[in-house]
Design a binder for this molecule. Structure first.
Ligand SMILES: C[S@@+](CC[C@H](N)C(=O)[O-])C[C@H]1O[C@@H](n2cnc3c(N)ncnc32)[C@H](O)[C@@H]1O
Ligand SMILES: [Zn+2]
Ligand SMILES: [Zn+2]
Ligand SMILES: [Zn+2]
Ligand SMILES: [Zn+2]
Ligand SMILES: [Zn+2]
Ligand SMILES: [Zn+2]
Length: 495
């Protein structure tokens, strides 16, 4: 196992996942916290602590507790109060009745407060008098596109809300409908969810059902309880468990003719291991609801994430494979087509669907490789030595016989480092050895001087032999007083 991220001081932080109710961490406003363990050297080596599952920045959620810390009754009460105060201002039911009232108003009585991101009822106008508001033209058509009305969340560290370009949305919907799925479990894909409904109204399309699970509760204003659940995908937590879990289970059960597929597009800074763990729990819930013949299978899933997470995702979910399709976003400065964006998005589909069945559009330059039995980017050449179409970024990669693998076209083999790298790489420095004893002969995991070996702890997902774990994981800001805190993921420079 490799650490999921580092603390900015070169020490790794491992997430320790546990399943049972009793082992659930204490709660922050985002549900049960996750247990982390500091690896490597230093005073706090091996010490475990609880921190927020969803927020990468202490500014967004400051929860911190050592695993063995005694918490006073007064602090528990204060924490409970704080958690309550961070919940949405209205219950989902209240949001629904507000929506009914809102749509019954004439157009000139409809307002949306841009500062509070709230559909306003006339008796609330005065309280928002100094706020910027949209008015007069909040038509039914606009209410059907909440992702255009709401301001995308812009928290760079935890939750930048990058919305699919129409092209990618339509590709996904056509693909999944074409594969015979009738129900979409949209986990963190609000735009896909809204386009399902719009697509259903267009003539000739078979109606799809969709359930959105997202931490962004602003969407509760627009969708009924059967269509949206306030949910945290890093700890598989429903904020309103009694109601939402029933909705979730009813959606997953396939008693009707419709087959269900999950589509998720988590924030890119998110930790892979807890995400994979939540998706496995979704799949387990699906399995328990299936009839006998399908119960040995996994729930069909599509996880949208940058390609450089490939080894980490496949390590957690070995039945998945990465496909070449490049997902585009409307509001991402880099990952969109057009004048300002780079043409090549690094975001891909990871799926347990049969790769052969995922037909990628020829009009966008994809072709079928009969040796790999999957669709690949036109620039992705089949390497006879690797016996695979090896490019990850769509450019033609070349085989290096010394590294015995294909590498990016811009890389050259460096004799000093002993592997291929960019011509201006920090030469020699990639040989970071063990940070416990500084030896270059082994990594800290295998350090004979470290009392604690960690292979036997934490999540049980096995590492695939030879999996090449990327070190792109996140850097963390070292916390005050030696307290480690959850990481912040840095945007990876793509070369
Ligand atoms: C990168 S955006 C993906 C949006 C998607 N491309 C679309 O167009 O529908 C990430 C989404 O995940 C949601 N999200 C972020 N953190 C989450 C969490 N902890 N649990 C559930 N959803 C979360 C965000 O609100 C956002 O909708
Ligand atoms: Zn939190
Ligand atoms: Zn307001
Ligand atoms: Zn091939
Ligand atoms: Zn090769
Ligand atoms: Zn090489
Ligand atoms: Zn070098």
């Amino acid at each position: 196992m490799d650490s999921e991220f580092s603390d900015g001081e070169g020490f790794g932080i491992e997430v320790i996942l546990r399943d049972t109710e009793e082992e659930k961490g204490p709660c922050c406003p985002h549900g049960p916290t996750l247990l982390f363990e500091k690896q490597g050297g230093g005073e706090t080596q091996g010490r475990r602590f609880y921190a927020c599952s969803a927020c990468r920045d202490r500014k967004d959620c400051s929860f911190f507790q050592w695993e063995d810390e005694k918490v006073s009754q007064a602090r528990l009460l204060a924490r409970e109060k704080e958690n309550q105060s961070k919940q949405p201002p209205f219950s989902h039911q209240e949001y629904c009745s507000r929506f009914q009232e809102f749509v019954s108003l004439p157009l000139d009585r409809r307002r949306f407060c841009q500062e509070c991101q709230l559909l306003l009822l006339p008796n609330e106008w005065s309280a928002h008098a100094t706020h910027r508001a949209l008015g007069d033209d909040i038509t039914v058509a606009r209410l059907r596109r909440p992702s255009l009305l709401l301001r995308p969340l812009e928290n760079k560290k935890s939750n930048a809300q990058y919305l699919f370009a129409d092209r990618s949305c339509h590709f996904l919907l056509d693909l999944l409908a074409g594969l015979g799925f009738g129900k979409l479990l949209c986990v963190g894909t609000p735009r896909l969810h809204e386009l399902v409904k719009i697509r259903n109204q267009e003539a000739g399309n078979k109606a799809l059902k969709s359930l959105l699970l997202d931490i962004d509760f602003r969407y509760a204003q627009f969708y009924g309880e059967e269509e949206f659940c306030h949910y945290n995908m890093f700890n598989h937590h429903f904020f309103n468990p009694e109601r939402a879990e029933a909705v979730f289970k009813a959606f997953l059960s396939e008693e009707g003719p419709e087959k269900v597929v999950m589509v998720t597009d988590p924030p890119f800074g998110g930790l892979v291991k807890p995400l994979a763990h939540s998706f496995s729990r979704i799949s387990d819930a699906w399995k328990t609801l299936q009839t006998s013949e399908s119960c040995s299978q996994e729930m069909p899933m599509v996880w949208i994430f940058p390609y450089f997470f490939e080894s980490r995702i496949l390590q957690c979910l070995p039945s998945f494979s990465m496909l070449d399709y490049q997902v585009d976003y409307d509001n991402h400065p880099l990952y969109k087509h057009g004048k300002t964006g780079r043409r090549q998005s690094p975001v891909r589909l990871f799926t347990n669907l049969c790769p052969r069945s995922v037909v990628l559009p020829e009009s966008e330059g994809y072709r079928f490789c009969s040796l790999c039995e999957r669709f690949v980017s036109s620039g992705n050449q089949h390497c006879p030595i690797c016996n695979a179409c090896t490019s990850k970024d769509g450019r033609g990669w070349r085989h290096c016989t010394l590294c015995n693998k294909c590498v990016k076209p811009s890389w050259l083999h460096c004799a000093v480092c002993g592997h291929c790298a960019l011509p201006d790489h920090p030469c020699g420095r990639s040989q970071t050895g063990c940070f416990t004893c500084s030896s270059l002969k082994h990594k800290h995991r295998a350090c004979p001087h470290s009392g604690k070996r960690r292979e036997d702890r934490g999540h049980t997902a096995g590492r695939r032999p030879g999996a090449n774990l990327s070190k792109h994981t996140a850097n963390r800001v070292a916390a005050k007083k030696g307290k480690p805190s959850p990481h912040t993921s840095k945007a990876r420079k793509v070369t």
